[in-house]
Structures are given as C-alpha cells and as structure tokens.
Design a protein around this ligand. Structure first.
Ligand SMILES: *Cc1c(COP(=O)(O)O)cnc(C)c1O
Length: 390
C-alpha cells in the first residue's frame, strides 16, 4: 500500500514541473476580473469594455516581451507552446534557394513533427551524450540552403541549456533565421532574445506558473520575416493569428512573466539546492543512480535519473498518492513512445525504461523533497528485493 501523505499536506508531492506548473495564486488573482466584469472584446475599439480589454492585452504583451528583452508589439499570442512552435516552423515555407530546415535531435514534438510536415528537407543537428547540440556538427549542417534553424533553449526532459548564441551565429552567417523554443528555459534562466541573436522565440504560460491554453511567439520586427499565417479569417493580431485573444489568459501570462522576471533569479538557487538535496538523498541510499545529461549548464529544477533495476512506470503508479513525477516527457509518455531526448543522448530502451524525471518548482519545500526521497527510496528498495517478484 502506498504511504499515507503527511497530515495536513493531503496531496502527493508534485515533482513534474517540466510537464506543467501549478498556477501561482497571484496569477489567478490577475485573471479573475477578466472572467467576471471585465469581459470586453479587445478587438472592439468603439466601446469602453473593448478598449479596457485592449489596454489589459497591451500591458500583458509588454510584460511577456520584457521577460525576454523585447517589446510587447513583437509578441504574437497563441493557444500555447505547441501552436507557437508550429507557427514558427510552418509559417516559413521554402524561399528562393532555401529549402532546408535544421533542428536539434531532441526538439519537442511540436517542433520535430511540424518540421517533418513542412515540406522542407530536415537536417538533424546531433547532440552529445551530455545533452548539448554539437557546434562542430551544426557548423557542417547549417549552410546556404538552410531557411531556418530551430533549437530549444533548454531541454524539457534533461534540462540541459543549449549553446544558443553559438548556434544563432552559425544561422546568421549562413543567412538563415533562428528560432528557439524557450517554453522550458525561462522557468530557470534569464534569456535575452536580441542579445542571443534570435529571430523567433516560443514561450508557454503553463511552464511558468501561468494558465494552460496560452503561449507566445516573439517575432523579430525588422526587417520583416515574412511569416505566413496558419489560421485565416480575421484581422486580429495583424491577421497573422486571427481569432479573439483570451484576455484573462493573456493577463495571467503577463503576470506569470512579470513574477518570473522579478523573482526567478532569486528562486533558482533555491531550486538547485533542493535538486541537489534530492540527488544526494537518492544516491546516498541507493546503488546505481546516475544523472541523465550533463550537470552544467542545466536548469535548476530538473533532475533526470537512471536508476538501475527499477521499472519506472510501475514505480510511479505505485507511488501515485505520494509522489507525482514522470518517466520521460509527458508528451512522449502518453504515446507510449520512448523519450526522444534520452534516445538522442544515446540511452537504449532498457535504460530509458529505468529513467525518472523529477522536476522541482516554486512551491516545492525541503520537507516535500525529504518526503518524496523517503517514498522513492522505500519503493525502489522494495521493487528491487527478490521477494517483490514472488
Ligand atoms: C510544454 C512545452 C511545449 C508545449 O506547450 P503547450 O502550451 O503545452 O502546447 C513546447 N515545448 C516545450 C519545450 C515544452 O516544454
């Protein structure tokens, strides 16, 4: 029987912050007025509720932009990270002489699947066993026929921070555009899009304690990129993304971005310390624990482990009432496919099946880490005991 949660906590310890994050209560407060009285259509410019909604939208886009060092006017709001990635990849059809797309070997499926369907020839930029795009290999693959390079800022499964400035420089010298999926990254590092030389950046609210259902694509304003719309039928957002923008979600996204900008740098060392505590507890009590992906540079809240002799899926199902974690990326999980990132860094199916992703976030406390470590250690020892198979 799974251990009872401690009195007063009630909930399992949430260690799946790479799949989604809990809504910050301050984000909920920022959204509530727009679900109640402030219901205007931000695209109605001839009535007061519409104008008020538009002002809220402008403020939200400014906050979202500020998180990555850009102006609010360059922020296209989408239904999430998935749509923003699809917009970046599919919005740039082949141009004269440029019919190739270069993406890393461990992009989120919303990049890799969009690339596969783009009609362009896809070049896969290999990653090292430590989980970083190999710059020498990238330099050979990015060339005069490359239309777009897309490399995530930080990996959603193993947390490794990619050498974006170097890759963007390769793209620029080849005359290609540079996109980065930063959905995961901005929860654990500062990112200045212009300083890195990025033309397009994907953001996602529900990875930074904002609501699910909204994301953003930063689009470098000048010279124009010539991005084509995916949706048609209205003039909203410059007709690039028609459809009424959900003001409540946008306001929540703006508040989540503002809080991350102000509090992130202070909160990241705490997350890293909790991550290190969890690793120390687990590897102190158990044989055969190793970290997947290089230790640095890595997002502070991410721990991805191979733990010899376990069945990760059965372990998590057994611990359902105590610890919430993931066996790979949540997206890969649901389809029952092995994790693309763990595969890309060279893990075979057997090692992937004994891998766990433990993600720590803003509301994780030291007591949560200790409770999760105790539960994991107990369940793993039990699973490894020969009696467990009888
Ligand atoms: C979560 C995530 C996405 C998808 O965002 P949604 O808003 O869930 O569509 C894309 N890329 C990365 C790296 C992510 O972590």
């Amino acid at each position: 029987m799974p251990a009872e949660p401690e009195a007063g906590t009630g909930q399992p310890v949430f260690l799946d912050h790479q799949a989604t994050t809990p809504l910050d209560p301050r984000v909920l407060d920022a959204m509530l007025p727009f679900f109640k009285d402030r219901f205007g259509n931000p695209h109605s410019t001839t009535n007061r509720p519409g104008l008020a909604a538009r002002a809220a939208l402008t403020a939200a886009r400014a906050e979202i932009g500020t998180l990555i060092g850009v102006a609010g006017e360059t922020i296209l709001l989408t239904s999430g990270g998935t749509e923003a990635n699809n917009q970046a990849i599919l919005g740039l059809p082949a141009a004269a002489g440029r019919d190739r797309l270069a993406i890393s070997a461990f992009e989120h499926p919303s990049v890799s699947e969009a690339a596969r369907r783009s009609g362009l020839t896809v070049d896969i930029l290999p990653v090292t066993a430590d989980g970083f795009v190999n710059l020498e290999a990238a330099a050979r693959l990015i060339g005069p026929r490359t239309r777009l390079v897309s490399v995530m800022a930080a990996n959603n499964e193993i947390g490794t921070i990619q050498p974006l400035a170097g890759i963007a420089a390769l793209a620029r010298s080849a005359g290609a555009l540079m996109h980065s999926d930063a959905s995961q990254a901005v929860a654990g590092m500062a990112l200045d899009a212009p300083a890195l030389g990025l033309d397009l950046v994907t953001l996602c609210a529900h990875k930074i304690y904002g609501p699910a259902g909204i994301g953003a694509l930063y689009i470098r304003p000048a010279p124009p990129l010539g991005l084509q719309p995916l949706l048609h039928g209205g003039s909203q957002q410059g007709a690039l993304r028609p459809g009424t923008v959900p003001v409540a979600l946008a306001a929540g996204f703006g508040e989540a971005a503002r809080l991350m900008r102000l509090e992130g740098p202070g909160e990241w060392p705490r997350l890293a310390a909790l991550r290190d505590r969890l690793l120390t507890r687990l590897s102190g009590a158990l044989e055969g624990v190793s970290v997947n992906g290089g230790v640095a540079p890595r997002l502070p809240g991410n721990l991805n482990l191979t733990i010899a002799g376990i069945d990760a899926e059965i372990l998590l199902l057994e611990l359902m009432d105590t610890v919430s974690a993931s066996t790979g990326s949540a997206c890969a999980d649901a389809a029952g496919k092995p994790s693309p990132s763990l595969k890309a860094i060279g893990l075979d199916a057997a090692r992937i099946s004994v891998s766990l992703r433990l993600g720590i976030g803003r509301f994780t406390r030291e007591a949560d880490i200790d409770r999760a470590a105790d539960a994991l250690i107990g369940a793993i020892k039990k699973q490894r005991s020969p009696l467990a198979t009888l």
